[in-house]
Design a protein around this ligand. Structure first.
Ligand code: MLT
Length: 266
């Protein structure tokens, strides 16, 4: 079982969930999720070689909302850097899922010294298109007017392949419904306004792994391929049959790949 504690970073209090021993690896979840998206990794053989530190970004999971109307990716990245420094984890392996990947690229841009290696999972480097920004506005409208359950049900179909089992779908839906409305709105604003970090990719000077589900329709394999090509020496892994949440529906492959990647990066 992992240990949960709270760490103060400026005005925010972050819940961190730690298990294992060895070089630390910070796991940054996606939107609108929390550390539980990594549960299969936290209970995996990865913990024999690495200390896994799954953070709840401010306002998510067990971390209280800090009152920010916008969760900018830079704000999350600065929180993660402060966390790594406060817990003396650095330089740490960093793995980011989707929105966590946006945060990981911002972390590399702003605080490269705290990063030992980068794993970008089901994510992209580009900013939102105009259509994407409109989708954020529609999601804000949906969560305010129809509620989190409706948002969860609408999102599930995009997050996992439609033939995913009921337990998987239920696990994800309950995680989405658990996040405060304030957090969901602030995340949507932050993602809508985030900058294009494609220029950051060629500046990466640490080992990099890019992972994507073969059936990920939100951040599809074509985008992951471009990310991997742009980062010097990056390795690309396409997980057969998985959708947008590889830590859940492709966990066994992710455990194997991260284990080998972190071992080779130490
Ligand atoms: C996520 O999984 O974090 C989101 O799909 C990211 C996004 O909506 O851009």
């Amino acid at each position: 079982m992992f240990e949960t504690r709270y760490v103060d970073v400026g005005w925010a209090k972050l819940a961190v969930h730690t298990v294992g021993s060895g070089p630390p690896a910070l796991l940054i979840h996606g939107y609108p999720l929390d550390h539980r998206v990594w549960l299969d990794l936290l209970a995996s053989p990865l913990t024999a070689r690495n200390t896994l530190v799954a953070v709840d970004l401010r306002g998510h999971g067990m971390s209280p909302w800090a009152g920010d109307p916008v969760h900018a990716m830079e704000l999350f990245a600065d929180d993660c850097a402060a966390l790594i420094q406060t817990l003396a984890l650095g330089p740490a392996h960093v793995a980011g899922l989707s929105m966590g990947g946006y945060v990981t690229l911002a972390l590399w841009e702003r605080h490269p010294k705290v990063v030992r290696s980068l794993a970008l999972v089901d994510t992209r480097s580009a900013a939102d298109s105009e259509q994407g920004k409109a989708g954020r506005m529609a999601a804000m409208d949906a969560v305010v007017n129809a509620g989190r359950r409706a948002l969860a049900l609408a999102m599930i179909e995009a997050l996992v392949p439609s033939d995913a089992d009921l337990i998987t779908k239920g696990r994800i839906a309950s995680m989405i419904e658990f996040q405060p409305v304030e957090t969901i709105i602030a995340d949507l604003r932050g993602m809508r306004d985030r900058v294009d970090r494609t220029w950051v990719l060629p500046t990466v000077r640490v080992p990099a792994l890019v992972v994507v589900g073969e059936r990920d329709t939100l951040t599809p394999p074509a985008e992951a391929t471009q990310i991997a090509r742009a980062i010097p020496g990056a390795r690309l892994v396409v997980v057969p049959g998985s959708g947008h949440l590889v830590p859940i529906d492709g966990a066994a492959v992710l455990v194997r790949e991260l284990g080998a990647f972190w071992r080779d990066s130490e």
